[in-house]
Design a protein around this ligand. Structure first.
Ligand SMILES: [Zn+2]
Length: 175
């Protein structure tokens, strides 16, 4: 994962990111440089997730922090445990509490695109942020980092329109 391959070099005053295929990339010190390194790593290793997060962050500057926190959960192995049982959608590991898992569930299980809820304190007690989910601004959902991480995984795992179309190719009619 990112933290294992991105190290801070005190002498160079830079974050050094070593990608799996070898090349090293340097980023300036400070939180901004580390974030740059993180985004670059995402764009190389998880381009689909990166594209989704980038689009969401641009459309929702007020929720940028939630977007980047959610993507970290979405790409970290074993953070999301899908359950898909009745209205249960997934259990998401709490980043701060090793004992804690939060339940992300759909408000309406029959909806083609479920509106997700979360039982974490941030979602229940504070006000979850509104997020615009598409280009038109018609789709919006109140999210915390857990429900948004599950939503991102659903977007990445759903079949792409191009692939789906091949199932509907017209068949020649036999005489
Ligand atoms: Zn939550």
């Amino acid at each position: 994962m990112f933290n294992e391959i991105c190290t801070y070099n005190r002498k160079e005053k830079a974050y050094i990111l070593t990608l799996p295929d070898g090349p090293q990339h340097a980023f300036p010190s400070g939180p901004k440089g580390k974030m740059e390194a993180y985004r670059f790593w995402l764009s190389v290793i998880y381009p689909t997730y990166f594209a989704i997060a980038n689009q969401l962050a641009e459309a929702n500057p007020h929720a940028e922090r939630t977007v980047w926190k959610a993507i970290e959960i979405a790409v970290t192995p074993d953070m999301i445990d899908p359950v898909h049982q009745d209205e249960l959608i997934a259990m998401v590991q709490s980043a701060s509490d090793p004992y804690g898992r939060y339940l992300v569930s759909a408000a309406d299980t029959n909806a083609t695109e479920p509106y997700l809820l979360c039982n974490c304190p941030a979602y229940q007690e504070l006000t979850p942020v509104w997020l615009i989910l598409d280009d038109t601004g018609e789709k919006a959902m109140q999210v915390c980092k857990h429900s948004l991480a599950v939503w991102m995984q659903m977007q990445v795992n759903q079949p792409q329109p191009d692939e789906a179309q091949t199932f509907f190719e017209p068949q020649p009619i036999s005489a």
